[in-house]
Design a protein around this ligand. Sequence first.
Ligand code: CAA
Ligand code: NAD
Length: 391
Amino acid sequence: MDAKARIKKIAVLGAGLMGHGIAEVCAMAGYEVAMRDIKQEFLDKGMSMIKDSLVKMESKGKLKEPANTILGRIKPVLSLEEAVKDADLIIEAIPEIFDLKVQTFKECDRFAKRDCIFTSNTSTMSITELSKATERPDRFAGLHFFNPPVLMKLVEVIRGEKTSNEVMDLLVDFVKSIGKVPVRVEKDVPGFIANRVTAPSSVLLLGIIEKGVATPEEVDAKMKSMGQPMGPFELMDYVGIDTQYHILQYYEKTIGPDYKPPEFLEEMVKTGKLGAKSGKGWYDWSKGRPEIDLSKASEKINPMDFMFVEINEAVKLVEMGVATPQDIDTALKLGYNRPFGPFEIAKNLSDVEISARLEELAKFYGKKIFEPAKTLKEGKLSELLKKFGYE
Ligand code: CAA
Ligand code: NAD
């Protein structure tokens, strides 16, 4: 299926952190893009972020065409009708609020061409449920980019219950056409692959703060000194505290009460501490990326705890038939720029060691989501790894 033949014009909804980056990568690949937001100032900010990013890449010789040619393919628009009326593909990147997305897709369904394909960049939400807002659930799928879209290689292509094979194949080809690596998610679960695997880590991080185990900088210094590109609290700021809050709310509703966002996170959202995009979150971003003092790396936390809860969630995803261990490792490496995926780490560990620590964490933090998966409890991790060709 040739995406370039079928898709000429793309409407990107939202000019925020993700929308601007998605519009940029589509334009870099030669597609005509209409980028829509609800206020001129948001469009201006999005266009200016795209320009800065393109100019930076141009100066490093990383663009195949002049920055201005690429920029010329992106049209900022306020009218939804104008953005979607002749689009072949819609990529929605508006806030992580279910009702807002449903309302927007309903409107798109009125204005878009019959054969236009609808996609959502949602971090967590059921593609099947979102698709019900339209008369085209067969032409509706998830297209989940990672932040910043211009640098991160992974795009998850998520099948809703009614998404056609043709649309899945076309989107996989589309992702390749923009120079990214597609991972097919054939079962529509909250958080899909990469975000679902890291979901319990977020709960652990917030639990560490809630219980006063360590400070954000102590955690970040430790994790950065272990080779992660950003500390996890720095990453939360980078993603957006509001987005993180909405993600947890959705997990609370769809996975269980362990994901309830703590009050201090709600307070951060209410007081506008949204992270990098508002200049303040866990850190001060007013002068750019925060400097994390690596001398604060603390023994109060054990980095392996994050690995254990992620391995556990990854095993659960395999048990649920959502993805293979190989796809999960690829998703974590390319979606979060990690050196290793959870199964590549797990193959050097024993079920007993992982399960024992998970039981302790579940008890200490009062979270059932940390309890070991069936495969780990039954001591069948190496059997599972062998079945999927891990040596
Ligand atoms: N456009 C162009 N260039 C950019 C850029 C952009 N938007 N952002 C950064 N760069 C460039 C920088 O200018 C810098 O260039 P030089 O090396 O020439 O100076 C280069 O990229 C590296 O940037 P930094 O020096 O600032 O920092 P870094 O080496 O740490 O790389 C990073 C930046 C790639 C973002 C890296 O920190 C990283 O991988 N962080 C983790 C990102 C991550 O995990 N993303 C997933 C978030 S979760 C998600 O997205 C899913 C969800 O649904 C919430
Ligand atoms: P953001 O807050 O930076 O940007 C959202 C933009 O959408 C804002 O500019 C807002 O004005 C605009 N908007 C609101 N209603 C709109 C409408 N009806 N039509 C057009 N624009 C509208 O948020 P973001 O971080 O870009 O997240 C957008 C989506 O991408 C969310 O679903 C989020 O979960 C997902 N996502 C976020 C990240 C991340 O790291 N931030 C990564 C992957 C996926």
